[in-house]
Design a protein around this ligand. Structure first.
Ligand code: FPP
Length: 246
């Protein structure tokens, strides 16, 4: 008797991953990149060092998602609650973002990524606001969409969408509300991956997550690698998505 070996992520080729992504209709994957601080303190380093490695991990993850044929990637870079962090940590996250945006601009021809920032830009430093808007405009026609949630909160996103409809004198329907969300240009996420061993959404994509598959791993974000990504996708491919049906 033969047993089909359970695939773990290590024993599968990139081409096979493309097929898994295609066959399962995984078009939008979202990440809650948790565990940067613990990764750093566990090594006797300042928390900021974890964020710095976290950005590198993020860049590699986006490249892998693209190689697998995933069309939309979303990440939670900075929440409306993250302002409660120590000032120097916030400053460092914003500095990393600034560098990331600059590199994204310089690499536009090579990467062909469309950047969209989700969140309340008005709460950001005006120089960052300007750079975000510039990058969004520059990359508007690129094929792979990368949503970066920055000064983002799911509840405030839904609230502002309702208020926008009220201001227009429109009735609040699911369709109208979706059209007012920061994510209006993306399909809902198929899969949300959270690293760092916490089992919650933390105010991320609350409306959009209605039928998303959730995947949690103990792996701290800076350690999230190709094997971990494949594990998440393979787990997703084994889920039965019923969308409320049977
Ligand atoms: C969560 O780990 C991480 C964050 C709140 C910040 C993530 C931001 C970056 C990696 C920099 C900017 C991002 C991009 C995409 C350019 P944590 O600090 O809560 O970790 P902990 O739970 O171990 O404390």
């Amino acid at each position: 008797m033969f047993f089909k070996k359970k695939q773990t992520g290590q024993d599968i080729q990139s081409a096979d991953m493309r097929k898994v992504v295609q066959d399962t209709g995984l078009s939008h994957i979202a990440f809650i990149m948790d565990g940067n601080g613990r990764w750093a303190t566990g090594r006797g380093l300042p928390r900021e060092a974890g964020h710095s490695v976290g950005v590198k991990t993020f860049k590699k993850t986006v490249t892998l998602c693209r190689d697998y044929g995933i069309q939309t990637v979303t990440t939670y870079a900075f929440s409306t609650e993250n302002w409660k962090r120590p000032e120097n940590e916030i400053r460092e996250i914003m500095r990393l973002l600034d560098t990331y945006i600059k590199e994204a601009r310089d690499d536009n021809e090579k990467n062909r990524i469309r950047y969209i920032f989700l969140g309340d830009k008005a709460g950001l430093d005006p120089r960052i606001q300007e750079k975000c808007t510039f990058l969004e405009d520059l990359t508007h026609d690129n094929p792979l969409t990368l949503n970066i949630a920055l000064n983002y909160g799911g509840r405030s996103e839904i609230t502002q969408a309702c208020n926008a409809l009220i201001a227009k004198g429109k009735a609040v329907t699911e369709e109208e509300l979706s059209s007012q969300l920061y994510t209006r240009e993306s399909p809902d996420p198929d899969l949300i991956v959270r690293t760092g061993g916490e089992y919650r959404l933390s105010n991320f994509l609350l409306w959009q997550a209605a039928y998303a598959e959730l995947y949690f791993t103990e792996c701290l974000w800076p350690d999230f690698d190709e094997t971990e990504l494949r594990r998440a996708i393979l787990e997703f491919s084994g889920r039965k998505r019923r969308f409320g049906g049977v």
